[in-house]
Design a protein around this ligand. Structure first.
Ligand SMILES: [Zn+2]
Ligand SMILES: [Zn+2]
Length: 107
């Protein structure tokens, strides 16, 4: 635990940019800070529910959200897997059977 605070593990409070909060405490902080700023309605990131931001910052956040890449990759891999399954299920099971028979001969 020798890490310096303020590098990597901190988040800037969307209610007040002077608040630099440890990531592990941001949710607690947001609840407290929300009570102090009832006029500010934050939006939640579609990629990570722990990301909160002001509506006017939404586009900027979506552009640079660190979770977005994972989300895109997940969607992409799911859709490619589905495509593979539908197109390749029958041929691959057939070729596997043939291959297994060959293996049995070898043993
Ligand atoms: Zn705050
Ligand atoms: Zn986000």
């Amino acid at each position: 635990m020798n890490k310096l605070p303020g590098y990597g593990d901190t988040v800037i409070c969307p209610y007040n940019k002077c608040h630099v909060i440890m990531k592990s405490r941001i949710q607690t902080h947001l609840i407290k800070c929300a009570k102090q700023h009832p006029e500010i309605q934050l939006e939640t990131c579609p990629f990570d529910v722990t990301h909160k931001f002001r509506p006017e910052d939404k586009n900027a956040h979506i552009d640079e959200c660190p979770s977005r890449e994972n989300f895109d990759r997940y969607v992409y891999s799911v859709s490619t897997n589905n495509a593979k399954e539908t197109t390749e299920t029958k041929p691959s099971s057939k070729s596997r059977r043939t291959h297994n028979n060959d293996d049995e001969d070898w043993e």
